[in-house]
Design a protein. Structure first.
Length: 144
């Protein structure tokens, strides 16, 4: 499997690397949980945040990719969780998603902000969303 990340992000300053490392560590632990627990944890910690902009989410993803070789590779679940957690540490919340596509079968996890996939290849739009945790305000706007 080839890495999903098409570029290497520039190395962020030390303070951003420290928080990115904390987010990747927490994401690695969170990724070991069953999907329903991951969703429950994400729904719990999203409270008190504001919806992330595309720029904020992309900056968080770039910091994660530049800080963690694991997240810069094929570990999309950990990368998406780390990006989401880092956004939350900065007071924002993107839409965290997992999905599948066929044929051939493939699963993927990613983040979105302002209706756009963040740092993902163009074919990510072919995935059918199975699980998603959005900001509560974004959920309200979608239902009205």
């Amino acid at each position: 499997m080839t890495p999903i990340v098409p570029f290497t992000a520039p190395r962020p300053p030390l303070t951003r690397r420290v928080t990115a490392r904390a987010a990747t560590t927490a994401a690695r632990l969170l990724a070991c949980l069953p999907p329903r627990r991951i969703v429950a944890v994400l729904r719990l910690i999203r409270h008190g945040s504001v919806p992330a902009t595309h720029v904020q989410a992309l900056r968080a993803r770039n910091d994660i990719v530049a800080t963690s070789k694991r997240c810069a590779g094929r570990y999309c679940l950990q990368r998406s969780l780390a990006t989401t957690l880092l956004c939350r540490m900065r007071g924002t919340w993107p839409r965290w998603c997992t999905g599948v596509r066929t044929p051939p079968f493939s699963a993927h996890a990613w983040v979105e902000a302002e209706g756009q996939h963040i740092g993902e290849p163009a074919d990510t739009v072919t995935y059918q969303v199975i699980l998603a945790v959005s900001h509560p305000l974004v959920d309200l706007e979608a239902t009205t």
